[in-house]
Design a protein around this ligand. Sequence first.
Ligand SMILES: [Zn+2]
Length: 348
Amino acid sequence: MLIVAGLSLKNLHPRVWDPNSPYFLASLRAVMVSYGEFHQMPAQMERAERLGLREYLGVPKHVDVYLDNGAFYFLRTGESAERRRYQEFVEKARPDWYPMAFDVIPTPQMSKAKQEICFKQTMNANRAYVHDGYVPVIHVSRMLDSYVDAISRHPKLAAKNRLAVGAIVPNLLRAPKALSYDTILGKLVQVRSAFREKSIHLFGIGGTSTLHLAGLLEIDSVDSSGWRNRAARGIVQLPGSGDRMVANLGKWRGRVPNRSEWGKLRLCRCPACRVKGIRGMKASGIKGFCHRATHNLWVLLEEVRWLEKHLDADTYHNNYRRRLDNSVYLPLIEKALAIRTTCPSRPV
Ligand SMILES: [Zn+2]
């Protein structure tokens, strides 16, 4: 499973993809930028179009550049974007992976009628972008059956080898009327088994436990900005288990590490901890942020390495409980594991 590191144009540090940066993570294979951000920064948009996204970011050949269409940003701000302008940006900036424009994301609180409108508008956009490598987008919502049906019935969309699944974030964040975790799991299983040949990308998966879930369901790639968001709040991720607050940055509160967790963090081999250790993690300002963000992303990449090693060797079921501590997602992970054991894996 590919981890796609979500970036922010407002601050491109730490440059984890750059071999010349002290924060370089050699196992990182993909980064994501959002069209929503370019839309707010016309000068950056023009520069990325002139240079191409790869050169604009200074991304080496072994790292793929993913573009998010900004649908979540447009949902939050109520701003609108032009399809034609997005298309022009894709053509000039040449990302390696890019969704159609624009999906209309439903929120769990919306009435059935409103969710139907989101579905219709999103499917119209999918049908308008069957050409040139645009990736179709569907949503984990009450309309998922209709999405699966509509994609399967459309010859060109059915023939596409990629699919992106969005709208999972408001549900995982337990927004009012959010789908239950069980329902989300069921819906993801449904998508995976309906489109066995497609490379499936899941938008916005943040923590280590949800990575396990995605890995068990044989999702091909996930993106996350959680490594940066957590770092900004003074939070670091512990391998296998949850988040811990290591730097007191004022307004945020969280669980602090206990003695054995500090011990674990002291032993961390990520590029940031190897040089600066716990002191770097606790630092304020941009240095502390870069340290924590690099550490967090490294933990995610290592988690996937651990997960895939054990899934491949068929030793996952003997080890995941110890690894995941007492994650709230544990019951769900057990269900996903049971589904994986009873259903044959998709053809490789
Ligand atoms: Zn570290």
